[in-house]
Design a protein around this ligand. Structure first.
Ligand code: DX5
Ligand code: ZN
Length: 215
């Protein structure tokens, strides 16, 4: 399978959101990566449903919604209604992760689980067969434009082996600090989905950067 590139809207110009959404529509990107932060699970607040709906109104590609919030279960139906196709919750935010995953799938979305940099992939052993995507955080969640954590290559390899071993179909997504210097090594380490915020949006040629990340 060809890998997926998901530009992160967190780095877009929010005063020109429609323009940036249309830039992604016209590019070779596959998904929109949309970060929701609550100021509790992470030390930052991004945006909520009105903005997500505004993105969905113009987006012509799937919305990959990454929840960095506590108690995600209570908002699952609202995220479906707002247009999410893939909904990712944090392992560290879910006491009953199996229930959260089933809720997401029963609502008609694909279910993802994100792991903070300090969380071992081994915690997914008993749920990996039930999930569609694992988001490996390659920075501490909360902000765009941070430095990539090198241990992520090692984690991606371990996760690839776990997925194979458990006959899971989960995709491996890398989120944080992905750039034109590390993306090839990430793909070689097993990544299926590359999230890129700063690398895409700080460029004068975001469409060109996206097409490089696709090759
Ligand atoms: C970080 C977010 C990321 C962020 C990545 O908490 O989950 O999706 O947008 O941004 P970059 O690519 O700039 O590190
Ligand atoms: Zn994210």
């Amino acid at each position: 399978m060809a890998h997926i590139v998901a530009p992160s809207i967190l780095s877009a110009d929010f005063a020109n959101l429609q323009r940036d959404v249309e830039m992604i529509n016209s590019s070779s990107a596959d998904w929109f990566h949309v970060d929701i932060m609550d100021g509790v699970f992470v030390p930052n607040i991004s945006f909520g449903f009105p903005v997500l709906k505004a993105i969905a109104k113009h987006a012509k590609k799937p919305l990959d919604v990454h929840l960095m919030i506590v108690n995600p279960d209570q908002y699952v139906p609202s995220f479906k209604e707002a247009g999410a196709e893939i909904l990712t919750v944090h392992y560290e935010a879910c006491t009953h992760l199996h229930r959260s995953v089933q809720n997401i799938k029963n609502s008609g979305m694909k279910a993802g689980v994100a792991l903070n940099p300090h969380t071992s992939v081994s915690v997914l052993e008993d749920i990996i067969a039930d999930i569609d995507l694992v988001c490996l955080m390659s920075v501490n969640p909360g902000f765009g434009g941070q430095k990539f954590i090198e241990n992520t290559y090692h984690k991606a390899g371990l996760l690839k082996a776990l997925i194979k071993n458990k006959h899971s179909k989960a995709l491996i997504e890398i989120d944080g600090g992905v750039d034109l210097d590390n993306y090839k090594k990430l793909l070689q380490s097993g990544a299926d989905v590359l999230v890129a915020g700063n690398t895409v949006f700080s460029s004068k040629d975001p469409v060109g950067v996206i097409s490089k990340l696709k090759t």
